[in-house]
Write a protein that binds this ligand. Sequence first.
Ligand code: DSN
Length: 431
Amino acid sequence: MTTSTQTIDNAILDTIAATDPQVAQIVRAEAQRQEYTIELIASENHASPAVTVAAGTCMTNKYAEGYPGRRYYGGCAHHDQVEQLARDRAKELFGCKFANVQPHSGAQANTAAFMAMMEPGDTFLSLVLKDGGHLSHGMFLNFSGIFYKPVHYALHYDKNHPQHEQIDYDSVLAAAKEHKPKMILCGYSAYPRQIDFAKFREIADEVGATLMADIAHIAGLVAAGEHPSPFPHAHIVTTTTHKSLRGPRGGLIMTNDEELNKLINRNVFPGVQGGPLMHIITAKAVAFGEALKPEFKVYQQQVIKNAQALASAMTEHGFRITSGGTDNHLMLVDLTVKDADLTGKDAEKWLEDAGLITNKNGIPDDPRSPMVTSGLRLGTPATTTRGFKEPEMAMIAAWINRVIESKGDEGTITAVRAEVKSLCERFPLHH
Ligand code: DSN
């Protein structure tokens, strides 16, 4: 019998409460929030009880600076074992030769990857944040925009083009030829279509650039073979471990190149980090083990089916899905076709009050600021973990429509909130 998250949370909370009732109360409230709301944020998931508990073990107590077999502290035998296991499982999962499991986060993985691939001041080519990229892909306040020189390729912006709002590979090639970047970066935070890694590599080779793929969002799909792999095309691949991959919050860097692997290792530690989070590496090992099981593939297939069901139900309710649909776990909903005054900011707030957790998100060419936006980003990894399938996606779309059409009417929100809670009760987390 599997233990439910609630049971585990209760045991953990009792332990915390014995020392610190104030913190226990906050975590208890969060456990309730997760249990009785529907998580539609594309970058979030519900890690399994085994992953959650692994992240809370005594493995946190150790300093293990260095790498397995070459540590700066004594007493690391078990940490060597677990880190080697996490590395080996990551390599098997993604079909690559080298894996560094120490990055504390995706942004730190990207920092170390940039340092391994470029010198400060070098030019790299990426998709700009407002079109679906990430902060660490060249945003002016981020290390990537401060210490390196970002230039950007574009999406197709032509309603009559069959690939409207999808990557314009001609623009990638043109920008690559014009700017001669040291590195080309693909992989995104808000892009609903498949990425053609082979095409990116072809372009990189044509201009003598290296290719980096940040697969943070789609890592679970890639691991399960439900999205084409960046290997063997990308020289370096970074990811987070907590999104579609359903592990603990953290980062991972992979490559097939032995020399590059040495640079990666050196730039993670001592380049950007000190002691690794060994409890998180322990939980990564557990999560990678889960992802190697056949049921993980079935899960990822359902993630995509659910995203497609949700996208078509949203379209039937009169919303526009950017690029006309989704191939992966997420979609961007253009709210303005429904009502020109509607903003992502208002929709996110009304939906949260109704128990539907989303995030406002710019749509391609969005005239509104990132704090307001004209769109919502919806994703299905967390709801699929919960056991939802296509019928529940239709219910979610209908609730989103009701709440938005009511313009945040209190009575509607209260009614939807009750229906959401009752569906959550039918699908307890990790029952
Ligand atoms: N902030 C993450 C997301 O929500 O996509 C990316 O790191």
